[in-house]
Design a protein around this ligand. Structure first.
Ligand code: AMP
Length: 527
């Protein structure tokens, strides 16, 4: 049993040295190659001063080297921080400063685009791809790691509660926040998956989610744990459903994991054919509600495939699951998020601070306890204290639990059902988005006086984003100006597709923006 994530690789490298571990963009690493590259990177990082607990950023489009980086950074005792290669450089510069990234593995153009402050704060960078000659101070090319020992990793004293990685998610106050995850947090989930889905060395897994997204934790570590093969779905492939369908067929994918919107896209636009999905045995989906009509279509299309709805926030990874029962699916109005994974306890607390009982019609906020719960948000004690709270239902010793902010009900048979959020976090195309972060981006435009972001429910992508904005000078600003401005601050998936300009925003009796009234206004129909 592994107690730190890099053991999973070292063990599989001994058992399956010549087997392909990961493939993407026409390139692959065998288990031995991945083990060796990550050992070499660990030595290089250590040699250049990376010490236990130091943060190292991974900032380039998905590639086989991404996995070498993840394992290499952990082998050096560092904490890896996957950075969205498509996010505006302003946002990445903020994250680099926020968690004091010491070293960055990136491309020349991305390094160049960072703010001067971010560039100065990073001690050194390793450059991949074009411009990797390293002719810039404090940079070195990726190939320089080949000079370091490959057969073993540096000696580090590590324990299961050490941090392994930090995943940045949208923050309600306008800035992303870093969720810290330890080896134990990740392994609690990985071990549960290994047992539940019986991943074997014969499996071919896909990695659809971006690497800064917690869905990818299953793809990467369960592949490596089992000695299976991981096929990375590169960013360009996610845009073309037909290519994605061919990818599943050609790579003989056996286990697929993605947000439901990606599956809906495949269903509606890829002309999926059962005969091309013969080897597929499991589809896992998580991150948002799967509209029942599309789930039924999927279940009919692949009658031989087991379908699972996994639920959980980045702060705990998956904490409940439900195996889709095709016999019941026809009569179901909503799909449950199911019951707690082994080694995790969940319960829902109602408005009277009582734990709700199975079959009661009450709604409650879901809490999670167990070894999967994050230690908190990087550098933000206040936010951590608001979300990772003492377990008041167990007064005898100190223990923390995570408040998810998700409102649920609990059926007689013990299944939880997701109802909605208690705050203004929304999901669009499976991305977690705080409406407050969109509003902060809009408000940072000097011409904006007031702004409200809204999520319009949508079966295909979860929610479409809209903003209503009151400018200082009505007529001097257009929706396109604001969208362009947003593109410099927030990722593409957060930019409202519709921005309505008004003289002023409606107010409640207490003078706040009346979001209920804004949401009730007739909304445009999706194209
Ligand atoms: P993230 O941190 O990006 O994984 O987003 C976590 C949030 O996504 C949860 O707090 C829920 O609001 C939502 N979510 C995750 N899984 C599901 C699911 N299976 N069904 C409905 N909502 C989900």
């Amino acid at each position: 049993m592994a107690y730190i994530l890099q053991q999973l690789l070292s063990e599989s490298a001994k058992r399956y040295p010549g087997k392909t571990a990961v493939a993407a963009r026409g390139k692959s690493f065998t288990y031995q190659e991945l083990e060796e590259r990550s050992n070499q990177l660990a030595h290089l990082l250590q040699r250049h001063g990376v010490k236990k607990g130091d943060r190292v950023g991974i900032y380039f489009p998905k590639a086989v080297e991404s996995l070498a980086c993840m394992f290499g950074i952990m082998k050096a005792g560092g904490v890896y921080v996957p950075l969205d290669p498509q996010a505006p450089s302003e946002r990445i510069s903020y994250i680099i400063g926020n968690c004091a990234i010491k070293a960055l593995i990136t491309t020349g153009d991305r390094l160049h685009a960072l703010s001067a402050e971010a560039k100065n704060s990073v001690e050194f960078s390793i450059l991949l791809g074009p411009g990797e000659n390293g002719n810039v101070p404090h940079t070195m090319p990726w190939a320089s790691l080949l000079e370091y020992p490959a057969d073993s990793s540096p000696q580090i004293q590590a324990t299961t509660t050490d941090l392994a990685y930090i995943l940045y998610t949208s923050g309600s106050t306008g800035r992303p926040k870093g969720v810290m995850l330890s080896h134990q947090n990740a392994l609690t989930f990985v071990d549960w998956c290994a047992e539940t889905f019986q991943v074997t060395s014969d499996d071919n897994l896909s990695n659809h989610a971006p690497l800064h997204f917690d869905l990818s934790v299953f793809d990467v570590y369960n592949t490596i744990e089992a000695g299976a093969t991981l096929y990375l779905v590169t960013e360009d492939l996610t845009l073309f459903p037909a290519s994605l369908a061919n990818f599943i067929r050609d790579r003989q994918i056996t286990i697929w994991y993605s947000v439901p919107s990606a599956l809906v896209l495949l269903l509606l636009h890829a002309n999926l054919k059962a005969e091309n999905l013969k080897r597929l045995r499991i589809i896992l989906f998580a991150g948002e509600v799967f509209a029942m009509k599309y789930l039924r279509q999927l279940a009919d299309l692949v009658p031989h495939v087991d379908l699972y709805n996994l639920y959980g926030p980045t702060e705990t990874n998956v904490c409940t699951f439900h195996k889709v029962d095709r016999e019941r699916l026809g009569n179901m109005k909503h799909l449950p998020v199911g019951q707690a994974c082994a080694n995790t306890e969940v319960f829902a607390v109602d408005a009277d601070d009582e734990i709700i009982e199975a079959g009661s019609s009450r709604e409650g906020e879901l809490y999670v306890r167990g070894p999967a719960v994050t230690p908190g948000y990087w550098g933000d004690v206040e936010k951590t204290q608001g979300a990772v709270v003492p377990n008041r239902f167990q007064p005898n010793f100190e223990e923390k639990m995570y408040r998810t902010g998700d409102i649920v009900t609990l059926s007689v048979d013990g299944d939880y059902y997701f109802v909605g959020r208690r705050d203004s976090m929304v999901k669009s195309r499976g991305y977690r988005i705080e409406l407050g972060e969109i509003e902060a981006a809009l408000m940072s435009h000097p011409g904006v006086r007031e702004a409200a972001a809204l999520a319009i429910p949508d079966d295909e992508i979860g929610a479409r984003l809209k903003a209503v904005v009151a400018p200082h000078d009505f007529g001097a600003l257009t929706a396109a100006d604001l969208q362009q401005h947003c593109a410099t601050r927030i990722p593409k998936y957060m930019i409202p597709e519709l921005i309505e300009l008004q003289e002023s925003l409606p107010k409640t009796s207490t003078g706040k923006i009346d979001r209920v009234q804004l949401a009730q206004a007739p909304q445009p129909v999706a194209q």
